[in-house]
Design a protein around this ligand. Structure first.
Ligand code: PHE
Length: 339
């Protein structure tokens, strides 16, 4: 039995097999246990002889099994190590790290400028009532000015806002002037039913600003825009106001900045005149104040509408607005924030 078992142990190739040999020979139902159990039938002289012989065999086999077990375990470990080696010379997988969108970056930069001047940020809803988007902005039904802003209607009364001005109407009607002047910007998405091309997108962004208080004049508007535009486009910029028309401001102006060198190779935003239009603005129309429950004989205000898409195009020499919305990583990665 011993030799036979030793041979089996020697030949076993797996831990499981070895365990089975142990159970079969040394286990409760194995031959050695049986021999030891059967000793009570033996004579007093035979007992110690058979007993020590059986014990000897049992110890020997137990030891052999233990030894073989260690051997097999080591083999298994070596095999595992061999299989799991890491080839450190293989090229790594590149991890693509995202970055905030260039428009987000530009908008946050503009917001920062206004926050530093004590403006609050108010965000409205992209789905707006016709009433706030148009009527409260001094554009009654059938007014020709509605043609200036081709509109996506959702129903008779609901639309996708064509500008962020409705947020101002909503803020004006709740503002408490006993707590100080109203100074706000409203950043966000706006929508117009334009065919997309290099300079038109059915979705773009505005940051509209509004200040209402006693004795606000055009000089305040010009001074504010000068400070803001110098921060955004460089201290050397001059600004210029040209008369314009918006239904919600009177007088209305278009604001230009003097030429500058934009980023990117061959970038040239200045075509001839030396000035570039950057935004529209004006003094809040008395009708707009009145409809918002503000007495135009006591209060006055200025408003302006900034286009972050246009700002980004000018600053970085992007000549197709659609690039902002196509999410081509090759385009977006150019504006990775450098740590
Ligand atoms: N809301 C205007 C637009 O979208 C922009 C603007 C805002 C112009 C405030 C003047 C004053 O066309």
């Amino acid at each position: 039995l011993r030799d036979e078992t030793l041979q089996k142990i020697e030949q076993s190739e797996a831990l499981q097999e070895l365990n089975q040999i142990r159970v079969e020979t040394l286990g409760k139902k194995g031959p050695i246990t049986e021999v030891l159990r059967g000793m009570k039938h033996l004579s007093a002289e035979e007992r110690p002889v058979v007993g020590s012989f059986a014990n000897e065999i049992r110890d020997h086999l137990t030891e052999s099994i233990e030894e073989k077990k260690r051997e097999l375990e080591e083999l298994a470990l070596n095999e595992a190590l061999r299989k799991e080696t890491i080839d450190v010379t293989l090229p790594g997988k590149q991890i693509h790290e995202g970055t905030s969108h260039i428009l987000t970056q530009v908008m946050e930069e503009i917001e920062e400028v206004f926050l530093n001047m004590g403006y609050k940020i108010v965000e409205g809803s992209e789905v707006e009532q016709d009433y706030y988007n148009f009527e409260r902005m001094n554009i009654p039904p059938n007014h020709p000015a509605r043609d200036m802003q081709d509109t996506f209607y959702i129903s008779n009364q609901l639309l996708l806002r064509t500008h962020t001005s409705p947020v101002q109407a909503r803020t004006m009607e709740t503002h408490d002037f006993s707590k100080g002047p109203l100074r706000m910007i409203s950043p966000g998405k706006v929508f117009r039913r334009d065919s997309d091309d290099a300079t038109h997108s059915h979705q773009f962004h505005q940051i509209e600003g509004l200040v209402v208080d006693e004795d606000i004049t055009m000089a305040d508007l010009k001074g504010t825009l000068e400070v803001v535009l110098k921060q955004l486009f460089g201290e050397e910029r001059d600004i210029r106001l040209r008369p314009s028309y918006f239904p919600f401001t009177e007088p209305s102006v278009e604001v230009d900045i003097s030429c500058f060198k934009c980023g990117g190779e061959g970038c040239n935003v200045c075509k001839g005149s030396g000035w570039i239009e950057v935004l529209g603005a004006g003094m809040v129309h008395p009708n707009v104040l009145e409809m918002s429950g503000i007495d135009p004989s006591k209060y006055s205000g200025f408003a302006f509408g900034l286009g972050p898409d246009r700002m980004a195009m000018l600053r970085y020499g992007v000549n197709d607005i659609r690039a902002f919305y196509q999410n081509d990583r090759r385009f977006l990665e150019q504006f990775k924030i450098k740590e």
